[in-house]
Design a binder for this molecule. Structure first.
Ligand code: 4NP
Length: 173
């Protein structure tokens, strides 16, 4: 049998953003996060996906209003909607719910923390004190709602990247 040199392996940290439809807020967070990870040189160390607790839009691209708003800030949204499934609790390290209802829906089906891989948290924990607890659902509103989502998502994702960079430098020692 051929002797293959083994590549230095390191665990990939996996993040999943979760909202209701997976066509507005969580795909925006996924796109913004991917963009920021590339800028930070972490794109090979961190995987990002998004999912919805509802299944209406499975396979669909993000809402055109979300895509346009992100594009105006130089960010591409390229995901396809998937529904959150229980396996995700073991496939990801960090699951971030975009609002408190999304978090409650996840917690209702989550195995106990000791029996799952993922930490399940609210996205707004990464926002500054005084920020709203929810990234508001923009689906039934106007364009301003999509700008607001981007404002909140950009701030939160910056804090998440800082958190990951801190963990990375601690790992390197
Ligand atoms: P999202 O927004 O959860 O941010 O993707 C929504 C998209 C679609 C629906 C609700 C919210 N919907 O009811 O179809």
């Amino acid at each position: 049998m051929a002797d293959h040199p083994t590549l230095p392996s390191r665990p990939t940290y996996r993040i999943l953003f979760v909202c209701l439809g997976n066509i507005c807020r969580s795909p925006t967070a996924e796109g913004v996060m991917r963009h920021m990870l590339r800028d930070a040189g972490l794109e090979n160390d961190v995987d990002v996906e998004s999912a919805g607790t509802g299944g209406w839009h499975i396979g669909h691209p993000p809402d055109e209003r979300a895509t346009s708003a992100a594009k105006r800030r130089g960010i591409a949204l390229e995901s396809r909607a998937q529904r959150f499934i229980a396996d995700h609790f073991d496939d990801f390290d960090l699951i971030l719910a975009m609002d408190r209802q999304n978090l409650a829906d996840l917690q209702a089906i989550a195995p106990p923390p000791a029996e799952r891989r993922a930490e399940v948290r609210l996205f707004s924990e990464f926002l500054p004190p005084g920020a709203p607890p929810d990234v508001p659902d923009p689906y039934y509103g106007g364009d301003a709602g999509f700008e607001r989502v981007l404002d909140l998502v950009e701030r939160g994702c910056e804090a998440i990247v800082d958190h990951l960079l801190g963990a990375e430098s601690a790992r390197r020692g």
